[in-house]
Design a protein. Structure first.
Ligand code: C2E
Ligand code: CA
Ligand code: CA
Ligand code: CA
Length: 391
């Protein structure tokens, strides 16, 4: 805990300074003021418990006013990192609205100057950066309500990307990926609408729709081709947090007559870090017989500790490694090490994002058994997936 003690009259920060800290008043009192043509205007006097200086910390602009201690004062310092971390992990709509509100607060202090000094020329024009933020926030809110009706109106489609056994070039399974064809927006990528669904309870009906649709697709694949590929489903953090997903999976698997070992559940390393419920949920899946896949392995949070701690059936080697294989020797070494380690721990490896024949060959040489990527097939409609199985 970092604190700062001040004498009466001592300056805390001055208008125009870079804002590195916000402050909480523990003892004493603080005056926030601005000066215009040598004239001092008191904006507010703050007492213990109040926080100030947070504006500059959040929006990264310079201090819009000055602050000084009025009495003997004790302050607790809040760092930029403390605030950043929370903003980054906040709901995207809230984050957007926060910036809008902050913008208004800034605008008010600019107005104050304009009212009090005709010579002060900073105008609203300077705040045009606010407008895109406002429309982004409004648009996210609108998109969220559109997504609500998208499931009902059949605008969501599930596509299936083949996962192949590299040595024999045969399909062993499919990864289910969600698409949203919005009548007004066109194709919205899952990287946009999935996080949106996830920060509301919308992820639950979306997730259940994915399960049901994927199982129906598996039944058709089997009926038409006689093949029994596995399906890999992406599971979001929030789906683990809400109870009921495993029950739903068990019931639907039974209803469609699909053995649980053919239903693989993909979770991100991030989920392991963020969700306190993840360990218990994973143990439950393991006992129920759903194989678990660790997705996007190697992107940022990688910890070998996870591999030791949890029993994954499969590890997905992230496409960022795969795409550097040819011209980056250290990428090759890392891939090779991950593949060997996975095998030593009894896991299979799926390399994702294979776009060229040479990448697939290199991976197969390194002992990687499975892969997926545009080189073999893009995510396919059910009809295309069935054709692909029959080739
Ligand atoms: P992911 O799980 O890592 O899925 C792989 C992504 O890589 C997919 O993007 C896929 O279309 C793309 N991809 C496949 N092969 C290649 C390739 O050779 N090169 C390149 N550059 N990309 C390739 P997509 O479909 O846009 O999905 C993005 C992410 O959205 C997924 O990443 C997943 O995290 C999430 N997502 C998609 N559908 C669902 C879903 O139903 N539920 C959840 N929770 N998340 C989903
Ligand atoms: Ca995935
Ligand atoms: Ca992935
Ligand atoms: Ca990814």
């Amino acid at each position: 805990l970092r604190q700062r003690r001040l004498k009466p009259g001592e300056c805390i920060f001055t208008e125009g300074d870079r804002g590195d800290y916000a402050y909480i008043i523990d003892q004493g009192s603080v005056e926030i003021f601005t000066t215009l043509e040598d004239q001092l205007y008191v904006l507010s006097v703050l007492e213990p418990g109040a926080i100030f200086g947070e504006l500059a910390l959040v929006d990264g602009r310079t201090r819009s006013a000055s602050a000084r201690a009025l009495t003997d004062t004790l302050l607790t310092l809040v760092t930029r990192e403390q605030v950043d971390e929370r903003i980054q992990s906040a709901d995207p709509i809230l984050r957007m609205l926060l910036f809008v509100v902050l913008g208004y607060l800034r605008m008010e202090s600019t107005h104050f100057r304009r009212r009090n000094s005709p010579n002060f020329s900073i105008g609203l024009r300077e705040r045009t950066d606010l407008l895109p933020r406002i429309s982004q926030a409004v648009d996210l809110i609108r998109m969220e309500s559109e997504l609500q009706s998208a499931i009902r109106d059949g605008e969501l489609k599930l596509v299936y990307q083949p996962i192949l056994h590299l040595a024999s070039n045969t399909v062993v399974g499919f990864e289910a990926l969600t698409r949203w064809y919005s009548p007004s927006r066109g194709l919205v990528p899952p990287s946009i609408f999935m996080p949106l669904a996830e920060c509301t309870s919308l992820i639950i009906p979306v997730g259940e729709w994915v399960v049901k649709t994927a199982f129906e697709a598996m039944r058709q694949m089997e009926q038409v081709t006689g093949n029994t590929p596995f399906i890999s489903l992406n599971i979001a953090n929030r789906q683990i947090e809400e109870p009921g997903l495993t029950d739903y999976l068990v019931n639907q698997a039974q209803c469609y007559g699909i053995p649980r070992q053919r239903i693989k559940l993909e979770i991100l390393e991030r989920t392991l870090m963020d969700s306190q419920l993840a360990p218990r949920w994973m143990e439950e899946c393991r006992q129920l017989g759903f194989p678990l896949t660790l997705d996007d392995f190697g992107t940022g949070y990688s910890s070998l500790g996870y591999l030791n701690q949890y029993q994954f059936d499969t590890l997905k080697l992230d496409k960022s490694f795969v795409q550097e294989l040819e011209d980056n020797a250290s990428s090759r070494s890392i891939c090779k090490a991950i593949i060997d380690l996975s095998h030593a721990l009894g896991m299979t490896v799926v390399a994702e994002g294979i776009e060229q024949a040479t990448q697939g060959e290199l991976l197969a040489d390194m002992g990687c058994s499975y892969g997926q990527g545009y080189f073999y097939a893009k995510p396919l409609s059910l009809g295309q997936a069935i054709e692909f199985l029959q080739e």
